[in-house]
Design a protein around this ligand. Structure first.
Ligand code: MN
Length: 308
């Protein structure tokens, strides 16, 4: 099946911070909307349908049992719901754009995209921009926070209740489908998990050595050869905190403002982007809305905004 040109963007907010210790990413979707998301996507000549927010229970009302297990069952329910909505958006021929929320939501969004592409025999490549590898499992994780585990879960490593949502009755994501960019903070045990995972990855050191242009050329020439659709999972903490202070887990030495735009413009040039999430924006940590505005600009670049 050939993929048609995308005309309509479906926006979904996932106001959750249940995957993290730090509160606040639940306000991310509102901050991105306030920064003018819809108007700025309309400027790029798409139709935009804001589908509103996925329902996420408030932390204070979640049962003590689920609180003790880092909200695992609540996160499962949210991800299941998101997975269905993302799947339906693809079926309508639209591009689901998911606003986080912490990165645990990627379990649901990628499950939905993966299910759609598998049922249409499209090969899906995933580009994961992040300071962290998000490859922890319940044994390796120092904190137990689920936002440190979504990529592991999508690859089939993790609590069964979540890996079942991730696969959504289909085959699990294969490591060769995934490329991580921007790594610079990996927990002790997670280093081995990353090296043994089989995913492609580019640390900040390789960005320093080769430059973002060379790296993205490498990644995208492989993806355009092997894949027929790209999903972008963009953790805002991949960007240097100088430009993106409004995240829950800032790590200095990250991707610069221009490097981020270049990477996204190059992804847009492939015309293969079919779904995306922008996650971990934390308005409590932000400075005068700077990171929310940056997020909207990054979304514009990913959707094809060019300087000329
Ligand atoms: Mn992440």
């Amino acid at each position: 099946m050939t993929l048609n040109k995308i005309r309509t963007i479906d926006v979904f907010g996932v106001p959750t911070d249940l995957g993290a210790n730090m509160r606040g990413t639940n306000m991310g979707p509102a901050a991105v909307r306030i920064a003018g998301l819809k108007r700025k996507i309309l400027d790029l000549d798409y139709t935009v349908v804001d589908q509103g927010d996925i329902k996420v229970p408030v932390r204070e009302e979640i049962s003590p049992d689920d609180t003790k297990q880092n909200y695992l069952e609540t996160i499962r329910d949210v991800c299941r719901d998101l997975s269905d909505k993302v799947f339906e958006s693809h079926q309508r021929g639209n591009l689901p754009l998911v606003l986080g929320g912490d990165h645990s939501l990627a379990i649901g969004s990628i499950a939905g995209s993966s299910r759609y592409h598998q049922s249409n025999n499209n090969k899906l490549g995933v580009i994961w921009v992040d300071a962290h590898a998000d490859l922890n499992n319940p044994i390796s994780s120092p904190s137990g926070n689920i936002h440190g585990m979504p990529l592991a879960i999508l690859l089939g490593d993790g609590d069964k209740r979540l890996t079942e949502v991730a696969t959504a009755g289909n085959k699990v994501l294969k490591p060769e489908q995934v490329t991580i960019i921007g790594l610079r903070n990996i927990d002790g045990k997670e280093k081995e998990l990353l090296k043994n995972s089989g995913v492609n990855y580019y640390t900040m050191r390789s960005i320093d050595e080769k430059g973002m242009y060379t790296i993205m050329t490498e990644i995208l020439s492989e993806m355009t050869k092997k894949m027929s659709a790209i999903h972008l999972s963009f953790d805002i903490d991949g960007i240097d905190p100088l430009f993106a202070p409004g995240v829950s887990t800032p790590v200095s030495g990250g991707i610069s403002y221009r490097e981020a735009h270049l990477a996204l413009e190059m992804i847009a040039d492939t015309k293969l982007l079919r779904s995306a999430e922008f996650v971990e924006l934390n308005p409590i940590q932000d400075q005068a809305h700077k990171t929310a505005e940056l997020t909207v600009e990054l979304i514009q670049s990913a959707l094809g905004k060019s300087i000329v």
